[in-house]
Design a protein around this ligand. Structure first.
Ligand SMILES: Nc1ncnc2c1ncn2[C@@H]1O[C@H](COP(=O)(O)OP(=O)(O)OP(=O)(O)O)[C@@H](O)[C@H]1O
Ligand SMILES: [Mg+2]
Length: 275
């Protein structure tokens, strides 16, 4: 790849939720594409280890994955070059890179949070933005990724009561981690889908309002997945594509200092959660 190592200490943005199918992958692919379109160096890492969809949504056929990167960093130490494990996505003039999720279940099981942290640190030294697509659980891996993130994008949808109950648990748990208040961005996806629960009621339950609101557009979302082209690059102007562009633009106005990330203190989230 053309990028050289430039030590940029890139912004890490994690896309997280406490329910499945709320749009983490669709939104992270689109934010990656839009930041790249704006001229930033971007890498999207698929940390949905067992069921990663990033390469499906972008129609990529990775030759190397996170599993290969972990094996290599283990063996090579300081000689490790993360760029060998990335897959390039291009559309028209826009390009960004993907660190693909493992292809086999046994590889997924063997991924270690400590090794992933090291890999993300390598990516941070090369890219302006390192985006992390995750799964919907407070796993060891996800908690340590939340800790090392500059921004956590916590997505929710307003559909059924269990989803909203889990959003409340997730939001309260994130608050208990005592991050800078600006670090967590609450996103309501599929905002105008038909539901009997109002956004205002959910905001009251959560004790705060959503930072970004994305409209429901099943047709546009599905077409972009079928074509393998994020909405923000697709050429058709849609309300969902426009909202995703606006959201990505707000990430470029970083407005918060990096929290001090202590590589030696891997259990910091653990002690804060279970004190
Ligand atoms: N704003 C939206 N409007 C309509 N459909 C959407 C919207 N956002 C996401 N979707 C659709 O919802 C489905 C789930 O999206 P996605 O795979 O991004 O969710 P996820 O949170 O990554 O799920 P998982 O937890 O299974 O990884 C997809 O079919 C996607 O096209
Ligand atoms: Mg997903």
């Amino acid at each position: 790849m053309a990028e050289e190592k430039i030590n940029v200490n890139g912004t890490v943005i994690t896309f997280f939720s406490t329910a499945s199918a709320v749009g983490k992958t669709l939104v992270s692919c689109n934010v990656a594409a839009e930041l790249a379109r704006l001229g930033h160096r971007v890498c999207l890492a698929d940390l949905d280890l067992q069921f990663g969809d990033v390469c499906n949504y972008l129609q990529l056929m990775p030759q190397q994955t996170l599993a290969d990167a972990q094996n290599a960093i283990h063996v090579q130490g300081d000689a490790f070059h993360v760029e060998q494990y990335l897959t390039m996505y291009t559309h028209d003039q826009t390009r960004f890179y993907v660190l693909a999720s493992p292809q086999r279940l046994d590889e997924a099981y063997n991924i270690q949070a400590a090794e992933v942290r090291k890999i993300i640190q390598h990516l941070r030294s090369m890219f302006d933005y390192v985006l992390l697509d995750t799964t919907s659980m407070f796993s060891v891996l996800n908690l340590s990724m939340l800790d090392m993130s500059t921004i956590v994008t916590f997505l929710g949808i307003v559909d059924f009561l269990p989803t909203i109950k889990n959003m409340k648990i997730g939001n309260d748990t994130l608050k208990n981690l005592n991050y800078d208040i600006n670090k967590i961005r609450l996103v309501l996806n599929r905002s105008d889908s038909v539901t009997r629960i109002s956004r205002e009621d959910v905001e009251e339950l959560l004790g705060e309002s959503f930072d970004y609101i994305l409209p429901n557009d099943f047709k546009a979302a599905n077409r972009s997945i079928k074509d393998g082209v994020p909405l923000v690059l697709g050429g058709d102007q849609t309300p969902l594509g426009d909202a995703l562009c606006d959201m990505a633009a707000q990430y470029t106005n970083r407005g918060l200092d990096d929290e001090v990330y202590d590589e030696g203190n891997n259990n910091s989230w653990f002690s804060r959660l279970f004190h």
